[in-house]
Design a protein around this ligand. Structure first.
Ligand SMILES: Nc1ncnc2c1ncn2[C@@H]1O[C@H](COP(=O)(O)OP(=O)(O)O)[C@@H](O)[C@H]1O
Ligand SMILES: [Mg+2]
Length: 1110
């Protein structure tokens, strides 16, 4: 079941200002503030929606919200713009009433946003389908296009619409959108040429420069740099949160969706570029002979580019900027323009170009979005237009005057329609019409628009009048004609009443609008109203070779010269306002009044004074008063009865009769005076909000009582149900218990019976058992007795058999013993003597035999150096085991020696002798052991080279080798052949073989060598011998060991006396001629390889450095 709710539920403040009690400006604003603080930005005045700009996104525009408000009654939910949109859409669809939604408010109050919200709501709830969606999309996409060309950043709003917009959306009978028509009002074209401080020109200029591709800009002869263009304000060119480049893409896309052709878009951009170029054309004065100044274009480059862009002949435009032609009936008069006039003409052209382009855009969009069928359709109009505008700090001028006039008209239509609606409703409901007192602003409208003496009419008159016309003459005219009007004030009119008012300057007039007094400065009124574009310029434009420009300036067509002046701005506006009002009057109005809470575009700030100001000039208090003039509140009988039926016993809880009677009964039952309400045909009308609040309060109390009653009944019902449940349970429990008790008793009896039965049966059974047992025992006794008898017999027999066997065994044993005794007695004499010794010897023999036979197979090899010997098997063989290896080794050596020849024997003897001389005494020795002693290294007897030398030596050569003879002066060696014979040592030249020295062996006293690994040796001669004259020899040889050994042997045999001495020591003396030199061997580092070096250190010391051997 759908829950019926009401606007009156959970209200913050009051949701409908009509219900405000007491009604005053303060309470009004307080209510707005309270709701604003709770994020309730919407409040009603009857069916009017007041919208506060939240300046931040609130989560109340979601698709869920759309669903919530869809198809609900206006007062059913809390105030929302969707409620108004839904109401308008439904009454359009279901009741066939054309609708208009009038959105007013000052700049930045959220009008445009509100109009978009309404449109998006309608788009969301109306029909769907491919065709319908395309129409919707086109209607919605017209917004970005118009916003780009018609919106600008102002001090109050970064996206302020600088034109009034009225859009008719057309629907078919089902409520599906078919198309639309847009009308635009009063574009603020002065912005094109000049912008107030902190504001910008229209968005499109900035969008084009920052968003267009380089290529496009080149085609349009534009530069991306804003500062190049006089018409662009630079200080606020960049706006926070506004991405011009992205928006440019959006606009181009939107134009495409709306249906603009490629070349149309290009033409439009060309015009925008032309306006920018126009601003850069500058003039300079040039004196003429008649003394007047004539203007000339300073730099023709911009002009040239602009002309190229628009396809205008440069000279034509140049002339149009220099001359002005006035055509009278028959004659044409050309006058030159001075610099100021030229600038005026230039700006007028720019303004006209842009505003006409804008109007063309609107027409073009209309062409695209217009409904395709001729079928009758319903219309919903959305009006987004400036609200009342009063500048306290700036001068209010012609524009504000026009805007305020428009608002004055809207207020009038509001009053008219509200009252008419009210009246119609009263008639419909059959309620007597009581006169309503309210302020009717028709008189102000008349002051402005009266055809004879209205301000606009007089302004037109002044503009058309020949002779000098200035703003002052216009003010004079007003002073004469309107002085008496009660809503008009000026310095003069006051003076005439002998009142002085210093707040009213001389060049101003003041109008008391319905929303307050506004002071207008007359300056510029005439000019702006004239909105003059010199004919020369429009003709020049017409000549352009550019289809769009041509269209925009039809009056330039020389074929259709119209000498009549074009209609003035004021006239045009009055006419279009008139059409608009007519249009609106045929429709059912829905109002949205937008208010901005602060001047800072900030959320959460509520500035009382600012809101109060807007409340005043939007005439909201007036709205409330008009709404409350008759009856403040009305409600259809059904919902009324539904809501308040609990206030009367007769209507509660159900009223069976018609709702109206129910309400009548209800109201009669309540202490409310009869004049406070009236009964219409379908609704009850309540005069005063107090009464409604009284009803609401009573309802609240009643709801509490009802809640108590419901609680009471519910509790009673709950307790009774509980009791009944308990009772039912008790019966069930009792039944179950009884059953249980009976069952128990039965079981007891049953078991007793069984016991008795069992006893009887037991007794019978035992009796039987006893008899059976007796029988069985008798049988067993017989068996036992016979068994015992058999047993006794068997045992008796066994005993006799066993006795017999024992006797036989005893006989055999005794026999054996007897035989043994006999044998031992016989053989005792053969045993005992010598048996032990024999056995021992035999055993030893056997062991020895085994040992020697074993040795035969484990004997070591015949090599004298093999030291192995098999292991000893018994300890007692210790001695043998020591002696046997020795014997074996001696025998093995003898065998080895017996193989030697005589020469080999001599060689081994020599080696043995070398060992005796050098072993463990000289480091060189070990390396010589393995070298065989060759003796004749030079093959002296066979080599022909040594034939002479061989023949010189008569003895057999024992050793021939090359040695080094050490020079006693410097220690260097000289090669010499060294020969040893049985009798002498010979030293000969190595090359020539000439004998250098021959020393008989007996002359040698001793030989000295070192302990180290060198080959040095000194032959020391016996003092006094013949050879000793030259001194000792210090030689070195690679075969030192062999030489010394052989020398030792031969010396011994030759001398037949004592052996030749071999001294082994690292320091020895050598006799050189007359002096003795000490030869000293030291261990040196192996510097030059492993060679031994010998150095003469001083007269007495020769140092031989021997490298250490590893
Ligand atoms: N309902 C809203 N929710 C959020 N922000 C809003 C709303 N209405 C207005 N605004 C903000 O205020 C700015 C001005 O609104 P706009 O509709 O352009 O003002 P107006 O058309 O009255 O000059 C918007 O750009 C937006 O930032
Ligand atoms: Mg706007």
């Amino acid at each position: 079941m759908e829950v019926k709710t009401s606007l009156l539920d959970n209200m913050i403040g009051v949701g409908d200002m009509v219900l405000l009690e007491p009604l005053s400006e303060d309470s009004f604003i307080e209510n707005l503030r309270k709701r604003f603080d709770h994020n309730e930005i919407y409040t009603y005045i009857g069916s009017v929606v007041i919208s506060m700009n939240p300046y931040r996104s609130l989560p109340i525009f979601t698709p869920e919200k759309v669903e919530e408000y869809r198809n609900r009654n206006f007062y059913e939910l809390s105030p929302h713009i969707y409620a108004l949109a839904d109401e308008a859409y439904r009454s359009l669809r279901d009741q066939d009433k054309d609708q208009c939604i009038l959105i007013t408010g000052e700049s930045g109050a959220g009008k445009t946003e509100a109009s978009k919200l309404v449109m998006s709501y309608v788009a969301a709830v109306c029909g769907k389908g491919q065709e319908v969606n395309k129409v919707k999309e086109q209607l919605l996409q017209s917004n970005p296009v118009l916003e780009a060309f018609g919106n600008a950043k102002t001090v109050r709003n970064d996206n302020s619409s600088r034109f009034g917009k009225y859009m008719d959306i057309e629907f078919d009978f089902k409520g599906d959108p078919l198309g639309g028509v847009i009308s635009n009002y009063l574009l603020e074209k002065s912005r094109v040429v000049k912008q107030p401080r902190g504001e910008r020109n229209f968005h499109i200029f900035y969008q084009l420069l920052s968003g267009a591709s380089d290529d496009t800009l080149k085609k349009l002869k534009l530069d991306r740099d804003y500062s190049k263009y006089n018409y662009l304000s630079l200080d606020s060119a960049v706006v926070n949160g506004l991405d011009d480049a992205a928006n440019f893409r959006t606009v181009k896309n939107a134009m495409q969706i709306v249906g603009f052709m490629e070349d149309e878009v290009q033409s439009v951009l060309e015009l925008v570029a032309a306006v920018l170029k126009l601003g850069d054309i500058e003039f300079k004065p040039e004196s003429r002979c008649n003394g007047s100044d004539e203007s000339r274009i300073k730099d023709k480059n911009d002009l040239k580019e602009m002309c190229e862009l628009l396809g205008i002949e440069q000279s034509v435009l140049e002339r149009a900027f220099s001359y002005r032609t006035v055509e009278a009936r028959l004659e044409k008069v050309s006058t030159t323009l001075n610099v100021a006039q030229a600038y005026y003409a230039r700006d007028a052209l720019a303004k006209n170009l842009y505003s006409r382009l804008f109007s063309w855009l609107v027409t073009r969009i209309n062409e695209s979005i217009k409904a395709q069928t001729k079928a009758r359709h319903k219309v919903m109009g959305v009006l987004d237009i400036y609200g009342f505008e009063i500048f306290e700090d700036r001068d209010n001028s012609f524009e504000q005057f026009i805007i305020n006039y428009c608002n004055e008209k809207l207020q009038q239509i509001f009053i008219e329609l509200t009252l008419r609606e009210e009246q119609e409703e009263y008639v419909r409901e059959g309620i007597e019409w009581t006169n309503i007192e309210y302020f009717n602003n028709a008189i102000i409208c008349d002051l402005i628009e009266n055809h004879q003496n209205g301000i606009l009419a007089m302004l037109d008159e002044e503009c058309l009048r020949p002779g000098t016309v200035t703003d002052e003459t216009f003010l004079d005219k007003l002073n004469t004609i309107c002085a008496e009007h009660q809503h008009f004030e000026s310095r003069l009119s006051k003076n005439s009443k002998f009142l002085t008012d210093h707040s009213l300057p001389h060049n101003c007039f003041r109008i008391q609008h319905y929303a307050g007094k506004v002071l207008y400065r007359v300056e510029g009124f005439v000019d702006k109203n004239n909105d003059l574009l010199y004919r020369d310029l429009s003709q020049a434009m017409y000549k352009a070779n550019h289809s769009l420009i041509k269209q925009l300036f039809p009056e330039g067509n020389p074929g259709k010269v119209n000498l009549k002046r074009p209609p003035t701005a004021g006239f045009q506006f009055r006419a279009s306002v008139g059409t608009l009002m007519k249009n609106l009057q045929t429709k059912n109005p829905n109002y949205i009044r937008c208010i901005k809470p602060n001047d800072k575009k900030a959320s959460h700030i509520f500035t009382d004074s600012l809101v109060c100001h807007q409340v005043r000039y939007l005439g909201l208090m007036e709205n409330v008063r008009v709404r409350r003039a008759g009856y403040a509140f009305r409600q259809a009988y059904e919902p009324c009865l539904e809501r308040y039926k609990m206030l009367c016993k007769r209507t509660w809880p159900h009223w069976r009769g018609p709702a109206r009677e129910g309400v009548e009964v209800l109201m009669a039952d309540l202490p409310v005076p009869a004049e406070e309400f009236s009964f219409g045909r379908s609704k009850i009308f309540i005069r005063n909000p107090r009464t409604l609040f009284f009803l609401e309060e009573r309802r609240r109390q009643c709801l509490q009582d009802l809640a108590t009653l419901i609680q009471k009944i519910y509790r009673g019902w709950k307790c009774r149900s509980h009791f009944l449940l308990l009772k039912k349970s008790q019966i069930v429990v009792a039944a179950w218990y009884r059953r249980y008790a009976q069952e128990k008793k039965y079981q007891k009896i049953k078991s007793a019976t069984t016991v008795v039965q069992s006893y009887t049966r037991g007794w019978q059974a035992r009796k039987l058992l006893r008899e059976l047992k007796y029988q069985k025992r008798c049988e067993e006794a017989v068996t036992t007795i016979s068994a015992f008898w058999h047993g006794t017999q068997a045992r008796r027999e066994l005993r006799t058999l066993k006795e017999e066997a024992r006797r036989k065994h005893a006989v055999a044993v005794i026999w054996a013993y007897w035989q043994g005794l006999k044998v031992r007695r016989e053989y005792r004499k053969f045993f005992r003597a010598n048996a032990g010794k024999k056995i021992y010897d035999f055993t030893i023999q056997r062991i020895m035999q085994k040992y020697f036979l074993g040795l035969k197979s484990t004997m070591p090899s015949m090599s004298p150096i093999d030291k192995s010997w098999p292991a000893r098997p018994y300890r007692f063989l210790d001695g043998v085991h020591r002696e046997l290896p020795r014997i074996f080794h001696l025998w093995r050596c003898k065998k080895y020696r017996s193989q030697f020849t005589e020469e080999k024997k001599a060689v081994y003897e020599e080696k043995l002798e070398a060992s005796e001389i050098f072993k463990d005494k000289k480091a060189l020795y070990p390396s010589s052991v393995s070298q065989p002693f060759k003796g004749d290294y030079l093959e002296i007897s066979t080599n022909p080279k040594y034939q002479k030398l061989n023949s010189a030596v008569d003895e057999k050569v024992l050793l021939a080798d090359v040695v080094n003879k050490i020079n006693r002066a410097n220690g260097k060696g000289t090669a010499r052949i060294f020969l040893l014979t049985k009798k002498s040592v010979v030293l000969a030249d190595q090359k020539t073989g000439q004998v250098k020295a021959s020393v008989p062996l007996p002359d040698l006293a001793s030989v000295s060598v070192s302990t180290q690994s060198d080959g040095f040796f000194a032959l020391r001669l016996k003092e006094g011998s013949a050879s000793a004259v030259k001194g000792d020899f210090l030689l070195s040889s690679e075969h030192l060991i062999e030489i010394i050994t052989k020398l030792h042997r031969t010396g011994a045999t030759a001398a037949d006396s004592k052996q030749l001495n071999v001294d082994i020591s690292d320091e020895f003396l050598v006799q050189f001629k007359h002096d003795k030199v000490c030869v000293k061997f030291i261990q040196g580092a192996p510097k030059n390889g492993n060679s031994v070096s010998c150095k003469r250190k001083n007269n007495r010391l020769l140092e031989v450095s021997v490298p250490t051997t590893a």
